[in-house]
Design a protein around this ligand. Sequence first.
Ligand SMILES: [Fe+2]
Ligand SMILES: [Fe+2]
Length: 217
Amino acid sequence: MKAMQDRRLTPLDRLLAGAENALRTLAPPGRRGARPSPALDLPESDLGAAEKRHAAGLMRVNHAGEIAAQGLYQGHAAVARDAATEEQMQRAAREEFDHLAWCEQRLTELDSHPSLLSPLWYTGAFAIGAASGVLGDRWSLGFIAETERQVCAHLTGHLGRLPEHDTKSRAIVETMRDEEQRHGENAIGAGAAELPAPLRQLMKLTAGIMTRTAYRV
Ligand SMILES: [Fe+2]
Ligand SMILES: [Fe+2]
C-alpha cells in the first residue's frame, strides 16, 4: 500500500509530465508510434489528385481529433483523484499517441500536413479535460465515454466518405474506431456518469466546428 502511494505523482511531477506530453504531441511530423501502423504492409492505392486532397482533409481532421484526445486525456489525468483512473487514462493516452503517429504518417504519404491549429486543439481540449476532471472522476469518465462514443460515430462516417480504394487510410480509421470503442467501454466500466443531454449537444457542436476547420487548415 505504501509503495502504491509512493508511486502517485506530486503536482509538480504532473505539471512536468503534462508539459513534456504537450511538446511531444505538438512536435513536427516524423514520429513513430509504439505499435506499427495498420496501413504499414498495405499497398498504396492509385488516388486521383482530388481524391488524394479529400483523403488528406479527412485524415487531417482525424489527426486533429487525436491531438485533442491527447489534450483531453492529459487534462483528465492531471486532476484525476483515483490512481486507477489516472492509470487508465494514461494507458488510453498511449494508444491515442499511436493513432496520432499513424494519422501523421498517412498525411505525409498523401503529400499533406497536420492542421496548423494543432496547438489550439491541444490547449482547448486540455482545459476541457481538466475542468471536467475537477468535478470528480465519475464526471471526467462520463466525458470520456461520451467523447469516445461521438468519435466512433464520426469515424464510421469517415469510412463512408474516404475513397473506397484508399485501403491504407481505411485500415487506420478502422483500427482507431475499434480502440476508441474500447476506451469508451472501459470508461463506462470504471463508473462513468451519463452526461446531461444539453452538454452532449454542446460537445457535438464543438466537434463539428473543429472538424470543419481542420479539414481545410
Ligand atoms: Fe484515438
Ligand atoms: Fe480513444
